[in-house]
Design a protein. Structure first.
Ligand SMILES: *Cc1c(COP(=O)(O)O)cnc(C)c1O
Length: 369
């Protein structure tokens, strides 16, 4: 028996769909380079296979969050540009340079570190600068931008190839903060006066229109099929299918209950399917009595709490020959996308994908890179 056939739960990642989504973003932002954000192991889907597929399709710039993500990705992508969004932690600049990683410099301290390394190694070092325009998270504030503008020597030894910022409310097109951040970014990049390419757009920002595209767009979520325009039809293709096998089917009747805490009480004859995935696999406990799966085209509700390794579904509406041990219940797929499972859990698709467990048997479709 193959590992796939005996696995209790299966995660299928469609790399052709990832590439199609990258091309769709490229078409949405003509004139801009489409980079790929593959931090957090490509949002849980596997940074290596995802990045190799995108590189084979022509993507040349990749963003990760941490230096170690960058070092790992360098083995998959010997030639592409890899930028580290977090920038150098104290003492890590030399390691970053040694692996050919380009830091996103977020503060004057980080600028100082990179300048220090450039001096010590007597070479010009490439970097991106991140300006804060309203997230108040990472990035140079307006005072720091003014400092750099007035004292260009502070960037001595650095070749700044990208100046970027990040949007707070891009998934709400009518939010006034979008225009405010756009204006601040335009103003700050002029003030800074360095000759570099500009980047403001992550996934949702791409869909705010051409004013926001600049020279490079940095989608993550959209590549993985999450909807960048909540409330509207998803313009992208689904990438993830998650299925768990039924271990046992049982007939229950009132007054029985199911699972820890006895939170669901049966009111009549019910068929319950127990599948082999639980919160240890990233099925949030908040899905208890709230989530859904799909089997044979029928939507089946989670009944009772999610356990560590098990989840229980009411499959009364499913033909008995379909709801049997070994059969698969789809938890994420075209009929029940990650965004929908996320809404049932009270969270966003990003958290669902990045929480996908390590026990799933993974299959990559279109993996010929
Ligand atoms: C995570 C991240 C992105 C990608 O965001 P998505 O919404 O997933 O497209 C882009 N830029 C920065 C700075 C990020 O932190």
């Amino acid at each position: 028996m193959t590992a796939h056939d005996r696995a209790p739960a299966l995660l299928t990642v469609d790399l052709d769909a990832v590439v199609a989504n990258w091309r769709a973003i490229t078409a949405r932002a003509p004139g801009a380079e489409a980079a790929a954000v593959v931090k957090a192991d490509a949002y849980g889907l596997g940074a290596g296979p995802v990045a190799r597929a995108l590189e084979a399709a022509g993507c040349r710039t990749f963003f990760v969050a941490t230096i170690d993500e960058g070092i790992d990705l360098r083995e998959d992508l010997p030639d592409s540009r890899i930028l580290v969004l977090g920038g150098p932690l104290p003492g890590t600049a030399a390691d970053m340079a040694a692996h050919g990683l380009i830091p996103v410099l977020n503060s004057l301290e980080q600028v100082g570190q990179w300048v220090g390394l450039a001096r010590a190694s007597e070479q010009e070092l490439e970097a991106a600068l991140h300006l804060d325009t309203g997230m108040s998270r990472l990035g140079l504030d307006q005072a720091a931008v003014a400092d750099l503008a007035d004292n260009p020597a502070m960037l001595g030894g650095i070749r700044t190839t990208l100046v970027m910022s990040h949007m707070a409310c891009a998934d709400e097109p009518e939010h006034p903060k979008n225009r405010e951040q756009l204006e601040l970014f335009t103003h700050a990049t002029r003030r800074l006066g360095v000759a570099a390419r500009l980047s403001l757009a992550a996934s949702s920002t791409v869909f705010l229109g051409p004013d926001y595209h600049f020279d490079l767009v940095r989608p993550g979520a959209a590549l993985y099929g999450l909807n960048p325009v909540p409330g509207q039809p998803n313009p992208l293709t689904g990438v993830v299918r998650l299925e768990a096998r039924i271990l046992q089917v049982r007939d229950v009747d009132s007054p029985q209950t199911v699972g820890y805490g006895a939170t669901h009480r049966f009111t009549g004859k019910t068929k319950v399917a127990v599948v082999a995935a639980g919160y240890a696999d990233g099925l949030f406990r908040s899905l208890g009595n709230r989530g859904f799966g799909m089997i044979g085209g029928v939507r089946v509700p989670v009944v009772g709490r999610i356990s560590m390794d098990l989840t229980t579904f009411d499959v009364s509406a499913v033909a008995p020959e379909l709801a049997r041990p070994g059969a698969l219940i789809e938890l994420i797929g075209d009929c029940h996308p990650a965004d929908e499972l996320a809404a049932e859990a009270g969270t966003i698709g990003y958290e669902v994908l990045t929480a996908l467990g390590r026990r799933y048997h993974r299959t990559y479709l279109g993996d010929d890179a």
